[in-house]
Design a protein around this ligand. Sequence first.
Ligand SMILES: [Zn+2]
Length: 194
Amino acid sequence: MPSHTDPRTSPADVDIPLPGLDLIPAPAPSAAVRRSRPYSSTLPPTQAAIDAFWSRVVKAPGDGCWFLISAISGVDGYTRLTWRSGGVSRTESGHRFALLLADQLSDDVVAEHRCNEPLCVRVDPGHVVASTQSANLRYAVACGRTGAIRNPDQHTNRHARSLAVRDALASGWDARAYARASANAAPLDTPSLF
Ligand SMILES: [Zn+2]
């Protein structure tokens, strides 16, 4: 068995380059250098990061999800964005970045997917909402997702599903490709209430 490294500190999970979609044009430095780069949890989004974010969003029609085609963390199956300015960097999940752009992200805010689509970045009452930890947990219970907290397989399944959905939509919205990709991997639970 390979040794298990702490994935939260692994930059390889964060900066998966996509052709033509790199936020950072400079060549990637070594992992040691990256780990030592100053990190700021309050760094505001740069215009380049905002532009890159929107250039990666694929919108389903109507009230559908807005999918971020981006790096996906192997830790939790959610998208990640990293941007840099003034010698510091910051990484956020795509849905938290979306809340940040909407001026709805603060320290105690948990970004919640009401649509249960991990790649969705649409700030909307039916999609990504700013919530609190306790409200988020209540919603997870309503969705039957409490097992996910203790079951690491859920994260693995979400990662595989997110990769499949991202690849299916990399060239734009495709309802059939999305249905196929999201159905082939473990489906996400849907709430029985609400
Ligand atoms: Zn959505």
